[in-house]
Design a protein around this ligand. Structure first.
Ligand code: CO8
Length: 291
């Protein structure tokens, strides 16, 4: 049975989750592998926060996890000691497997809409975060994983993984704000090809089209992100932050103005019989590939 995190229950759930999402202030550079599905540590010397996703098997984004992410982002943004944010994964070969497909397959309608609203909120918060953000992509990063990565200001990725918006391979269409984020990263031509083909780019291909900025061996990705962050932290923060806001604001405002319409569109689209059939087949393929 699914958790009842709907409208009236959501406030209570948020308050409960808020207690779970605490920012650890420490000098350690790596984050804990066990326990919490989402760990945030702030290095008190550098002010760099590392948010590490640790929700086996693939860090898929369901309603509860997105809610936790939103709370963590809010806390990071409001923490005056936090100067920059690195997002990574504690799982051995997955950065983030994207949206939890089970949220979209045979859904409860109220929960589906709450799920989408929470995803919109996560995107709005992360894409516009005041602090500089770096994605330390130490594993595969399809669809929603690619969205999280492209929301960041800089992307460092380990070799031999894949990243991209592969929605068409699931028989679904990426919403306009996913497309805009990609467009703002790699430009029109690469986006129109990648989106139609549902391309998942290998790390070296992703570097070639500008989807990522650097390739670093897997075990060094987070350290490299910390080094890169130092460069961003040397710039006067007010000027850097205003530049980011100026560049990203029109894209964010577009969704802010169409949030409710986008939720309705998503609900009506995803519940179509043909789309449900496609999702069902994609899920079967995922399960069957092991056999
Ligand atoms: N959601 C739910 N379950 C998932 C997902 C997911 N996104 N990804 C994997 N799983 C499940 C698998 O089914 C499997 O379950 P089980 O153990 O019960 O069989 C388990 O997680 C482990 O998966 P794998 O065995 O496949 O693990 P691997 O390490 O071999 O591979 C990958 C990991 C590369 C992440 C692979 O699982 C994969 O390719 N997953 C699918 C990723 C994907 O296509 N995600 C897209 C989701 S859609 C999205 O993010 C944006 C949608 C926008 C909607 C627009 C509508 C308008």
């Amino acid at each position: 049975m699914r958790l009842g995190l709907l409208s009236s229950g959501l406030g209570i759930a948020r308050r409960c989750l808020r207690k779970n999402v605490s920012l650890n202030r420490s000098c350690r550079r790596s984050v804990s592998g066990g326990g919490s599905p989402l760990d945030v540590s702030i290095d008190s010397k550098t002010g760099i926060a590392v948010l590490s996703m640790n929700k086996a098997p693939v860090n898929s984004l369901n309603l509860e996890y997105l809610t936790e992410l939103n709370i963590a982002l809010e806390k990071v943004e409001n923490d005056k000691h936090c100067k920059g944010l690195i997002i990574t994964s504690s799982l051995p070969k997955i950065f983030c497997g994207g949206l939890d497909i089970m949220e979209m397959y045979q859904p409860d309608l109220d929960r589906l809409q709450e799920f989408w609203r929470t995803l919109q909120d996560m995107w709005i918060k992360l894409y516009g975060l005041n602090q500089p953000t770096i994605a330390a992509i130490n594993g595969h990063s399809p669809a929603g994983g690619c969205l999280i990565s492209t929301c960041c200001d800089f992307r460092i990725m380990a070799p031999n993984f894949t990243i991209g918006l592969n929605e068409t391979q699931l028989g679904i269409v990426a919403p306009f704000w996913f497309v805009d984020t990609m467009l703002n990263t790699v430009g029109f031509r690469q986006t129109e090809m990648a989106l139609q083909l549902g391309s998942l780019f290998k790390t070296d291909e992703a570097l070639k089209i500008g989807l990522i900025d650097k390739i670093i061996p897997q075990e060094e990705v987070v350290t490299a992100a910390q080094q890169e962050m130092q460069k961003w932290l040397k710039i006067p923060s007010f000027a850097r932050q205003l530049s980011k806001t100026e560049i990203r604001r029109p894209t964010i405002e577009k969704l802010l103005q169409r949030k409710e319409e986008d939720i309705r569109h998503f609900r009506d689209y995803i519940t179509k019989e043909s789309i449900q059939r496609s999702l069902g087949m994609y899920l079967d393929n995922l399960k069957n590939k092991k056999k």
